[in-house]
Write a protein that binds this ligand. Structure first.
Ligand code: VGL
Ligand code: ZN
Length: 217
C-alpha cells in the first residue's frame, strides 16, 4: 500500500451563525443527469441543498455561464480539464439552475467563465463579480460549499476560499464529481489545505432571534 490519507467526515455538530455563508456551486441542468456534462448523482444534491439554505443568512449561487465559443469546448471531449462537451452556454436551457432549487430572493448569483478565452472554475475568479468582497463586507468568516462538480468547480471554489482568508468546509453529501480518480485526489488536496469535509445532517442553525426562524424554540 502507498500513502494512506485519512479523509473522513468530521462528525461533530456545527452550529451555523450569521458569520457563515453557503456557496452553492453550478447546480445547472447541463451538470445533472441528462445534461451535456451530466454528473452522476448530480440531481441528488438538490434536496440536501434545499435543507441547508434556510440555515444561512448569506447564500451564494454560482453558475457556469459560457459564451458559445468558450475555449473549454471540444468536438471530441475527453471529459477532463480543458476538454469538455459544449455546456452551460449562457441563456440556454442547459445553463439554467435546476428548477427544484429553492433560491431565496436575497441570494447572490455569480456568473463565471463568461469570457471565451478564460476558464473560471471558481466564483472567486469571476470577472463579473467580487465574491470575496461581498462576503467580507457581510462579516462572513466561514464557508460551506455544496454543488457540482467536486473535482472541478467545488474544488477550486474551496481552495480559493482558503486563499481569500475564509475557513472552509465542503459538505460531503452535498457534492458530486465527474471522475472517481479526480474526486479522490480532490479530497486529499482539500484536507491538505485544511478544508474539512462535513455531513449536511451535522449542520444546525444556532439558536437565534431571526424573525424567519419562528418555528424554533
Ligand atoms: C465544471 C467542467 C466544466 C464545474 C464547469 O462546474 O465543475 N466542470 N465546467
Ligand atoms: Zn464550464
Amino acid at each position: 500500500m502507498g500513502e494512506v490519507f485519512q479523509v473522513e467526515d468530521e462528525d461533530s455538530i456545527i452550529r451555523i451563525t450569521n458569520s457563515d455563508a453557503l456557496i452553492v456551486v453550478d447546480i445547472q441542468y447541463d451538470f445533472v443527469e441528462g445534461g451535456s456534462l451530466g454528473v452522476q448523482g448530480g440531481r441528488g444534491v438538490v434536496p440536501v441543498v434545499n435543507r441547508l439554505i434556510p440555515l444561512f443568512d448569506h447564500v451564494v449561487f454560482t453558475r457556469d455561464w459560457h459564451p458559445a465559443d468558450h475555449l473549454s469546448f471540444s468536438q471530441n471531449p475527453e471529459f477532463r480539464d480543458g476538454s469538455w462537451p459544449v455546456h452551460a452556454v449562457r441563456d440556454t436551457p442547459g445553463a439554467r439552475f435546476h428548477a427544484d432549487l429553492q433560491i431565496p430572493s436575497h441570494a447572490l448569483i455569480v456568473s463565471k467563465a463568461t469570457l471565451a478565452n478564460r476558464e473560471e472554475y471558481s466564483g472567486f475568479q469571476a470577472a463579473e463579480a467580487d465574491l470575496a468582497g461581498w462576503l467580507h463586507q457581510r462579516g462572513v468568516r466561514r464557508l460551506f460549499i455544496v454543488g457540482i462538480a467536486t473535482d472541478y468547480c467545488v474544488r477550486n471554489t474551496a481552495l480559493d476560499g482558503i486563499g481569500e482568508g475564509f475557513q472552509v468546509h465542503v459538505v460531503g453529501d452535498g457534492v458530486r464529481g465527474v471522475s472517481e480518480e479526480t474526486v479522490a485526489q480532490t479530497w486529499k488536496d482539500l484536507a491538505a489545505a485544511g478544508i474539512g469535509r462535513v455531513q449536511s445532517a451535522n449542520l444546525m442553525r444556532e439558536d437565534t432571534t431571526r424573525s424567519h426562524d419562528g418555528e424554533r424554540t
